[in-house]
Write a protein that binds this ligand. Structure first.
Ligand SMILES: Nc1ncnc2c1ncn2[C@@H]1O[C@H](COP(=O)(O)OP(=O)(O)O)[C@@H](O)[C@H]1O
Ligand SMILES: [Mg+2]
Length: 251
């Protein structure tokens, strides 16, 4: 199995608060990796360290390394904007721009100077098809993205992320604001997307982790308590705390 990201001895601080403690983890290519654990245990913080989204928060400190394509993403040679193009992100609340569906998808391309209509048209069609939204929106791609339902908006945000042809897509509780049908569609989409991308998903739903992930990491108080194949975590966890969590004894 090929590791696309290798996290070594990672510590993360908000001021004096050590929010991540000595994390070591290899993330495997073309797999879905789920992060589970009770609220406040560091899942989002860790996810954001993987594409340096924490750079935008003041008074934080990172120790350790995260190796991506042979380079430490925290080294001086790494260009954070390029890193975030390669490691894209989708958030809990769908956050389309107040622009047309079309302009949402091509936003990043335009920022990179790609403006040729034929190219953009092709990307829009291809990514809408990839997120199974094409049939639903093909007659209104020049209408505002804000007219879409929440579930459609979230699929559009995934389309916006993959239009940049990333290697990895980070998703932070992408279905927690959605109804069950929309959630199911996103789950099906994740399983489809892992053929082409590596997906890392934070979820508060253990059922969701069990349904869609290949690997699961269980976080508690900033530590990774257990990280293994999802089937192993849910059927035969090594750590008592993992077992207590997955059997619903806390969290
Ligand atoms: N922007 C921030 N500034 C300061 N502390 C933060 C910030 N974001 C998160 N934290 C703290 O870091 C810890 C982990 O939070 P978080 O990563 O959001 O957990 P989770 O996603 O598992 O709910 C919590 O104690 C939280 O209060
Ligand atoms: Mg979170």
């Amino acid at each position: 199995m090929e590791a696309i990201l290798s996290v070594r001895n990672l510590n993360f601080y908000y001021g004096d608060n050590r929010a991540l403690k000595d994390i070591n983890m290899d993330i495997y290519k073309n797999n879905v990796t789920a992060f589970i654990g009770p609220s406040g245990c560091g899942k989002s913080t860790f996810l954001r360290t993987l594409n340096r989204m924490n750079d935008f928060i003041e008074n934080v400190k990172v120790e350790g390394s995260i190796i991506y394509e042979g380079k430490d993403i925290y080294s001086k040679e790494m260009e954070p904007v390029e890193l975030r193009r390669r490691i894209g992100m989708v958030f809990q609340k769908p956050n389309p721009f107040p622009k047309t569906i079309y302009e949402n998808i091509v936003y990043g391309l335009r920022k990179n100077g790609v403006n040729k209509k034929e190219i953009l048209d092709e990307v829009v069609e291809k990514t809408l098809k990839a997120v199974a939204l094409y049939d639903e929106v093909k007659d209104k791609i020049y209408k505002s993205a804000l007219e879409l339902s929440g579930g459609q908006q979230q699929r559009l945000c995934i389309a916006r992320a993959i239009a940049m042809q990333p290697d990895v897509v980070l998703m932070d509780e992408p279905t927690s604001a959605l109804d069950p049908i929309s959630t199911m569609k996103i789950e099906e989409l994740v399983l489809e997307l892992k053929k082409d991308y590596t997906i890392i998903i934070v979820t508060h739903s253990m059922q969701q982790a069990a349904r869609i992930s290949d690997y699961t990491a269980f976080f508690l108080n900033g530590e990774v308590i257990e990280y293994d194949e999802t089937s192993k975590i849910f059927s035969n966890p090594r750590d008592k705390r993992t077992e207590d969590y997955i059997t619903g004894r806390f969290g």
